[in-house]
Design a binder for this molecule. Structure first.
Ligand code: ADP
Length: 446
């Protein structure tokens, strides 16, 4: 039996029907009938208001209001409808939460992918794009959903890849070069997604700029090394053949030939030693053997070993007196830094002096090597620390440098978290000054 039949209005109406049979109670029966009618009217109005409230709750739920709840009491048909509505809302909230979680996880994965990724609809509008795509093209944020990718990037080469991929219905890959604004090399892959109703297309962009730079540096390096080896080897072979073709009997010149052979062999040896030192320093696991020592006696020893060469060129070779400079560093490698700077100063100075000074404060130790030699033109100053960079190639051939000395110096100081700077005036001389943390920073062995 429906609930309203069991309601108070219906009971009153039944009682009135019973009373109407007797004349005494006719008036009471009429009053009761009137009461029953009023009660039924009131119940109808209440039902309507509950139904309206139910409708309102359903509307808010439909609009995604997570706080919306339908009234479940009293537990009649309307109340049960409210319960069902609330259960449905709860279910769809749980489904929505699952979908949101899934979407967030997908976006988190995509945002951590180093490749740029964009999903496009059939009109080229962005359905999804990640931050790496924005980074590749120097944009602050990925293009918003619904924007046309070609309007954002304005790169006709990419449009062409997308267009070809759509037309041919297959994956198209191209390596493209952009200026956005710096030069970038990007591998673009466009794939039409099979079975996608909206003819979606997946665009993947891999930034190959750094890989290409490393590759170019490696190729240049191999070309440079081959070139450096070729000159002394050609010379060695030439003089050896001259000796074999009768040169051995040329009493006047044969000693000279042998000296050239020795000098070229020394040059080769220096080159190989510098290359080995450099490759050792460039290893990702390069370590420093940190120990405590005084920089002053180390510099004195390095100068003692080169004094004869400086004197042969009649150069003044001076160490400015001063206090000890204790520090913690890789002694062998700092010896190499000092030796390379002194060697250059003597090599590129024809007259005047090579002067060394050193000192320090609480945090740093420093050393500077000044000369009165050829100097370095301003345009070359920033490049002298590059591998094989020489200011004047013809002149340097005569003095026999490998072109690697300063790049070794720079590497050693960088490993120590130190630095080097150079000032120079062409024709008047140069000043190289390096600085090191006193307490030994860098990747140490212990
Ligand atoms: P190299 O073995 O040729 O000396 P480095 O790497 O030590 O190679 O130096 C690179 C270049 O920097 C040298 O070829 C030279 O042109 C220039 N240079 C270095 N030190 C000096 C200096 N003290 N005076 C003038 N030029 C210098």
């Amino acid at each position: 039996m429906p609930g309203w039949l069991r309601s108070r209005g219906f009971s009153l109406a039944l009682a009135a029907a019973a009373l109407i049979a007797t004349p005494f109670s006719r008036t009471a029966a009429l009053v009761m009938l009137a009461l029953a009618a009023a009660h039924l009217a009131l119940a109808g109005a209440e039902r309507q208001s509950r139904l309206r409230s139910l409708g309102e709750s359903a509307r808010r739920m439909g609009e995604g209001d997570r706080e919306a709840r339908a009234l479940e009491l009293p537990g009649d048909a309307i109340g049960r409808l409210g319960t069902t509505l609330n259960r449905m809302a709860e279910l769809s909230r749980a489904r929505l939460a699952d979908l949101e979680l899934e979407r967030d996880q997908r976006e988190r994965v995509l945002s951590h992918v180093s490749d740029g990724v964009a999903l496009l609809d059939s009109a080229g509008r962005v359905l999804h794009a990640n931050q790496s795509l924005a980074d590749i093209f120097g944009l602050a944020l990925p293009p918003a959903r619904g924007t046309r990718l070609q309007d954002v990037l304005r790169l006709s080469d990419i449009d062409a890849v997308i267009e070809t991929s759509r037309r041919e219905g297959r994956t198209i890959e191209r390596e493209l070069r952009f200026w956005t604004p710096a030069e970038r090399v990007v591998r673009v892959t466009a794939t039409p997604l099979e079975g996608a109703a909206d003819r979606a297309l997946l665009l993947v962009l891999q930034d190959h700029t750094e890989a290409e730079r490393v590759d170019r540096v490696r190729r240049d390096f191999v070309a440079n090394v081959s070139h450096e080896l070729k000159t002394p080897l050609t010379s060695l072979r030439g003089y050896a053949e001259t000796l074999l073709d009768g040169g051995l009997d040329d009493l006047e010149h044969r000693e000279g030939f042998v000296r050239v052979i020795r000098d070229q062999a020394e040059r080769l040896q220096a080159l190989v030693e510098d290359l080995l030192a450099l490759s050792e320093l460039e290893r990702p696991d390069a370590r420093l053997r940190l120990e405590r020592f005084d920089l002053r006696p180390l510099v004195e020893r390095a100068m003692a070993m080169l004094r004869e060469r400086a004197e042969r060129k009649q150069l003044e070779f001076v160490l400015v007196p001063g206090a000890p400079v204790p520090l913690r560093a890789d002694r062998g490698r700092i010896e190499q830094v000092v030796a390379n700077l002194l060697d250059n100063a003597i090599k590129y100075t024809e007259r005047g002096a090579v002067t060394v000074a050193l000192g320090g404060d609480e945090a740093h130790a420093w050393c500077e090597v000044r000369d009165t030699g050829a100097g370095i033109p301003p345009d070359d100053l920033s490049r002298v620390f590059e591998r094989f960079y020489r200011v004047d190639k013809s002149r340097v051939r005569d003095v026999g440098g490998t072109g690697l000395g300063l790049s070794i110096v720079k590497h050693i100081l960088t490993l120590h978290e130190g630095d080097i700077e150079v000032e120079s005036a062409p024709g008047r001389g140069s000043r190289f000054r390096f600085e090191l943390p006193r307490e030994g920073s860098g990747p140490s062995e212990s």
